[in-house]
Each structure stands twice: as C-alpha cells, then as structure tokens.
Design a protein around this ligand. Structure first.
Ligand code: GDP
Ligand code: IMO
Ligand code: MG
Length: 423
C-alpha cells in the first residue's frame, strides 16, 4: 500500500477539507504534514458545517486514524478549543487522533511576535493570520523550539520560560503598540497543555513506517496552497512551511518512493487572502460577484478573499512542482451565470509573452493574457452526474485538461459531501 497526497494548488482555501472528508472512506490513515491553525478546512454534511484547524479532515470517520505529523505546528490553546467543538458529535478522538512528538508548539509569545512583526512592517505586511506560524517555524529552524514530546519531560517549563523571556525582549525590540497580558495567556496555555497531554503522542514516522509495511493506506492532507510555499510561493507573501509535495516527506517522515497519487485541488477561478501579488485579480463587478456568490470569506479570520480568473500559468507551475497526477476542480457552481469566463494562459512580461511563472509577478511586471470562453447559465448545485453538465462547462473542463495535460477527476458543485461529481 502507498501514500497519496492531497494539495492545494493556488493560495489556499481551494476546498481541501471537503475533499479529504469525501476521500477518507478509502484510507486507513489521514495525516496532516505542515502548517498549523492558520488553516481553516471546511466540511459540510448532514446540514452541519465544521471548520477544522489542526485536526485532519478525516476525523468524522470513526474507522480512520487521524495523525498530526512532525511538520505541523500546534497551538495547544486553539487545539483544545477545536477538540471542544467535536464534543457534541461523539467523536472518539482519544482513540483515533494521534500527535507526533516531533511537532512543534506555538507558544503565546509566538502569537505576540507575529503581531509585532506584522505591525512593524506597516503597508508591507504579509497579511498573516497572526496565529504565530512564522515565529514558531523560525524557532524550529533556529533550533530553539519546544516540541510536543518535550512536555512529557522533566524541566521543560524552564526551557519554556527562557524562550518566552527571550521573545518578550524581541517584542520590546519591535517597539510597536501591542497590548497583552502574558500571565493570562500563559495560564490558558498551560491548561491547554494538560488537554493536549490527554491525547496519544507517538513517534509518527515509526508508526507510519509500520502501518505502510502492514498494508495500510495513507492520505496526506496539505494545508495552505502551493503558491504560499516558503520556497516556491510568492515570497515573502507566503507561509513558513513547505506546502508542496516534498513537504509531505519531511513533515511525516515518508520516503518519496512511497508516494503514489498526488491529488491537486484548484478552484474554477482564483482567490487569495492576505497581501501579495495576484496577476488575475479582478477589481470590478465580476470580481465582486465571484466573492459574493462564492461566499469568499476566510474560514479562520473572516477576511474577504480577493478574487480573479483562473491563472493557468500559475496552475501549470504548481502542478509541475508537485507532480500532480489527478486534478479536482472546486466551486464550478460559482461560475454559473457569468456570460464570459476568462482563463489566463500566458503573461506579458517585459514586452514578451511568457508561459512560465517569472521571479517577480507583481502587477507592474506582468499582464495576464486571457482566452475567453462562453459561460453557462445552469445551476450546477443539484447535479450529481457529469451527464447533466452543460456543454459550456464540459468545454471549460476539456480546455483546462488539454492545457494542463492532467485529468480532472472530480468536479465539486457545492460545499456538501454529496455535491461531488467523479469524472
Ligand atoms: P480549504 O482550506 O482548502 O479546506 O478550503 P476552505 O474550507 O477554507 O474554503 C473552501 C470554502 O468553499 C468552504 O466554505 C467550503 O465549504 C466551500 N466549498 C468547497 N467546495 C465547494 C464547491 O464546490 N462549491 C461551493 N459553492 N463551495 C464550496
Ligand atoms: P488553508 O489550509 C489561505 C495566508 C495568510 C497570509 C499568508 C501568511 O485554509 O488553505 P501565516 O498565518 O501563515 O503567517 O499567513 O498565508 N494563509 C492562508 N491563506 N488559506 C490558508 O490555509 C492560509 N494559511 C495562511 O492569509 O497571506
Ligand atoms: Mg481554508
């Protein structure tokens, strides 16, 4: 048995949570490998909407194990609240949820440092979710971090104190106006550590190695999107982890050769939340309509998402970086009623037409070149089979498949589990 990966190919919020939930029945283990509570993964079934932050999106299926891998950063406070949110649904998470001892902890001062760093940047701010992600990964790579396994050891609180004191000095250094009560934040943090300790900690790389050897199947669930990858995204307007396929190897301890399918998820258009370049962004009524019909508000922060046409230059790039083998197109239903649908197939860059992503995609450098297609009027949300699709939608899908040279295997026509159409 092998490992399949599921990754967002744009700037996040492609619908990863929904599809992981739909696919979980095919897998024994669902594993998150990077990111932290900056993620908000939405699942909808039986008329209820759930938003998951650090917990893998397979948690509602009692037969599968959900694993939080070493590459994830965990905020115990957010995590404890997330568990509380599961309580009404009788999920036996003490049996089915496991946490890598090597995952790093987000401390209260990491959150404060995130806020101080953003405040000091002024207009150049990243638009971080302010969950402490950047500072936590900085401490990880700086070899100062505190890991889940540390809280089982004697003396970890001294290590905590030394790091938190250093962070306080750093916050002072930023010299920005951040109000906080660290005593209160720490009380909440240590209470949440006790909740965290009530769950199962494992050496997850060893657990996965054995599971794969025993013939178990694994689905690795990406967070954020490939254009937010620390190496391959629109740096510096990115997150602080490798959101691309290789991140699953380092974030779970899985050898590259064990990876089989790479499912790439994209919206039928493009959205982005936070700052940074976005060549196909729309500032007109069409963009407003997309945001309104698509209900494009951040699942974590509630911030409005910026909207624009599908960018095939960027999408080809992320398909290649990830080695995507199958595509899934989300939110096709949102485009119903648009008379014309545009797709960016190349950029005008320094007077030339290019079809690869250049180093700098700020709008003053690139102008998108569009192919225009006829839209469809039909409401897709009640459709359950490809045979019901309007011709214009089939033309759109065929065009994308031809350009990307990868099959689109699922078309999603609404947020609910049932609104998922295989092709
Ligand atoms: P994730 O971070 O990739 O898991 O995505 P989010 O949950 O942050 O954002 C996706 C949003 O779109 C959520 O509100 C989903 O419920 C919703 N959604 C997912 N698929 C579809 C779809 O096919 N159509 C519509 N209209 N909404 C969808
Ligand atoms: P999911 O998993 C969309 C964005 C933030 C900001 C940048 C850096 O739900 O797709 P960070 O908090 O990591 O310092 O923010 O990345 N961002 C996301 N955008 N979906 C996400 O996660 C995101 N996680 C971070 O808006 O621009
Ligand atoms: Mg999201």
């Amino acid at each position: 048995m092998a490992v399949d990966l599921l990754l967002g190919l744009q700037w996040g919020d492609e619908g990863k949570g929904k599809i992981v939930d739909v696919l979980t029945k095919n897998y024994d283990i669902i594993a998150r490998f990077q990111g932290g509570p900056n993620a908000g993964h939405t699942l909808e079934f039986d008329g209820i909407k759930h938003v998951l932050r650090t917990i893998p999106s397979g948690i509602f299926h009692e037969k599968s194990i959900n694993l939080i891998g070493n590459g994830v950063v965990i905020d115990p406070v957010v995590f404890a609240k997330e568990l509380e949110g599961l309580d009404p649904f009788n999920i036996d998470y003490r049996k089915t949820l496991m946490i890598s001892r090597k995952a790093h902890l987000i401390l209260p001062t990491h959150r404060l440092l995130d806020a101080a760093s953003e405040a000091s940047k002024g207009k150049a701010k990243i638009g971080s979710t302010l969950k402490g992600i950047g500072p936590t990964y900085m401490d990880k790579t700086g070899r100062n971090g505190i890991r889940v396994g540390d809280v089982e050891m004697e003396g970890w609180k001294q290590k905590y104190r030394a790091l938190a004191d250093k962070h306080e000095a750093m916050i002072d250094f930023y010299n920005v106006d951040i109000q906080y009560n660290l005593t209160e934040m720490e009380a909440e943090f240590f209470e949440s550590i006790d909740v965290l300790k009530s769950l199962t900690f494992i050496d997850s790389e060893e657990y996965l190695r054995q599971a794969i050897k025993d013939g178990k199947s694994v689905l690795a669930e990406g967070a954020q999107g490939s254009l937010l990858d620390i190496d391959f995204g629109t740096y510096p307007f990115v997150t602080s982890s490798n959101t691309t396929a290789a991140g699953a190897c380092t974030g779970l301890g899985i050898a590259p050769g064990k990876i089989q399918e790479v499912f790439g998820i994209f919206k039928a258009y493009t959205t982005r939340v936070g700052s940074g370049p976005f060549p196909t962004e729309l500032f007109d009524k069409v963009g407003e309509d997309m945001a309104k019909i698509g209900n494009e508000l951040g699942a974590v922060t509630g911030r409005p998402r910026r909207c624009g046409w599908l960018d095939l230059v960027a999408l080809k790039y992320t398909c290649e970086v990830n080695g995507v083998t199958q595509l899934m197109m989300m939110k096709g239903d949102v485009l119903s009623g648009f008379k014309k649908i545009k797709v960016c197939t190349a950029y005008k860059y320094k007077g030339e037409t290019i079809s690869h992503l250049p180093f700098n995609i700020e709008s003053e450098n690139v102008t998108p070149i569009y192919t225009e297609m006829k839209g469809w009027k039909e409401d897709l949300t009640k459709m359950r089979d490809v045979s019901q699709f309007p011709q214009e939608l089939n033309d759109y899908i065929d065009f994308l498949e031809k350009e990307l040279e990868i099959p689109i295997k699922i078309v999603s026509v609404g947020p609910d589990r049932t609104q998922t159409i295989p092709r």
